[in-house]
Design a protein around this ligand. Structure first.
Ligand code: 1BO
Length: 272
């Protein structure tokens, strides 16, 4: 396993995303992932699966300090006392005394960012989170957040895959010592049938999805692919025994554009 270092945090380069996983199948999948060697699990209040993730962590028997757990505070809990209360609720569901990483899930212009960041930093100071960060923040919001936050921010978790150009956000993260964590890293499954990536993979004996994930971690990005299929868990983890050439890296980097975004909502910020 490779790790991404960011402002004092050591984040496993591959994690399991759990967006849209629910109920017993979520518990089973997370437990199986941990048995296969995943040491980074990503959940969120709004995914409504923190209890199932917590059950899986407990059932796996893995030592607490051996697994990196992220959760995210939903935007309706950004007022300071709500942030603390909802984080404690999350911890209760996860059966944990602290998460490794606590993120603001999306920007919320209805609550002053400085207040929310003060509450996020306070959650860290109370020991509810080892590290803090943001998600779905644009370059301007990253810069505003870094300037306003009393504690270091360790990442911006955003959609990132070969079809979406995220160079500006990646540069803003690097400038501020933050990691970029990629959600939907295989473009919601679209990468699996990509002929360019499959062609590149032939030379390495790897699938298009493995080439894609390798392209991400090779640029110091942590990726959290979600899958509901147990057989895909091993495939997504099996990317640490090869290295893409600089020509292959450049070819894949050239595939992205601003139009490749797959996750967007009415409440999204104006993307870079
Ligand atoms: C609404 C959830 C988006 C990805 O975390």
């Amino acid at each position: 396993m490779l790790f991404v270092e960011a402002n004092g945090a050591t984040i496993p380069a591959i994690g399991l995303g759990t967006w849209e996983l629910r109920g017993r199948s979520c518990t089973r999948l997370v437990e199986q992932a941990i048995r296969l060697g995943y040491r980074h699990i990503d959940t969120a209040q709004v995914y409504e699966n923190e209890r199932e993730v917590g059950d899986a962590l407990r059932a796996s028997g893995v030592k607490r300090d051996d697994v990196f757990v992220t959760t995210k505070v939903w935007t309706t809990h950004f007022a300071p006392h709500d942030l603390e209360r909802s984080t404690k609720e999350s911890l209760n569901k996860l059966h944990l005394s602290a998460v490794d990483l606590l993120l603001l899930h999306w920007p919320n212009p209805r609550v002053p960012l400085k207040e929310t960041l003060g509450a996020l930093a306070h959650a860290k100071q109370l020991g509810l989170a080892r590290h803090i960060g943001v998600s779905n923040f644009t370059v301007a919001l990253i810069e505003e957040a870094v300037a306003a936050c009393p504690e270091p921010l360790v990442c911006d978790q955003v959609e990132f895959h070969p079809y979406l150009d995220q160079n500006k956000v990646k540069e803003a993260c690097a400038r501020n010592g933050m990691a970029l964590v990629a959600y939907s890293p295989v473009a919601k499954g679209r990468i699996k049938s990509d002929r360019t990536l499959a062609g590149i993979g032939l030379a390495y004996g790897k699938t298009a999805a493995q080439v894609c994930l390798r392209w991400l971690v090779q640029q110091n990005v942590s990726a959290i692919p979600r899958t509901s299929r147990i057989e895909r868990l091993s495939e997504n983890l099996d990317i640490f025994d090869f290295e893409l050439s600089s020509e292959d890296m450049a070819q894949i980097s050239g595939m992205g554009s601003a139009k490749g975004r797959l996750t967007d909502f009415g409440f999204s910020p104006k993307w870079d």
